[in-house]
Design a protein around this ligand. Sequence first.
Ligand code: 13P
Length: 248
Amino acid sequence: MKPLIAGNWKMNHGPQEGKTFFEEIKEIPGKKADVVIFPPFVTIAYVKDLARERGIFLGAQNLYWRPHGAFTGEISAKMLVEARVDFVLVGHSERRNILGEDDELINLKLKTALDYGLKPILCVGENLQEREEGRAMEKIKFQLDADLSGIHPSRVIIAYEPIWAIGTGKNATPEQAEEVHAFIKQYLGEVKVLYGGSVKPGNAFSLLSQPHIDGVLVGGASLKPDSFYDIIQSGIKAFEVKDSGPLF
Ligand code: 13P
């Protein structure tokens, strides 16, 4: 088993900074992790050769569900396929909360991504109030039901990203994350689940050591080649330990 280590650059790293990142990042040892970076759209074409040379997949941070037409500012799945990206993020909390995306739109985007052979990563997660009121699982179940309507869950990767942990420096504890991941897998069946929210070199190993955490979706700490590489290494180590089974 390999961890999936994903870096979401959000609105950071234009073409020049993106190229520098890929020039500087060290080679991933023995292909023991699947690694994917989600640069801004404008950066993708500039880094695609460097990414391929380093065995790193590329993804897009968003897509629109129509194939083409009068949708100013949007990018279609067809265009992403032509630009040679493999993955696409759908339903990130920043798109839900800042850009106003609802579950119906997210469902259409997921279906479109799958129709075009892209691998979608669906982001779900509760806000602070929902966690404090003990409604985290209820919220996640609601999002999964609505977003995956008419879609076999095994076709999608899920990222559990508690909103209160995103960009706050306050990650979910490994136990909190594990509890939600176990719930998602029990609810959906065979599905890969990543954790996202203030993942850093210092906490990646303990998060990735949890039995139901298959990888991480990293924001801020994916912007620097060294810190992202450290997280990749933590994933490789954690999975070696998990694969070797219990010591006693
Ligand atoms: P941070 O790692 O910066 O908290 O961001 C997490 C995230 O939103 C990844 O998609």
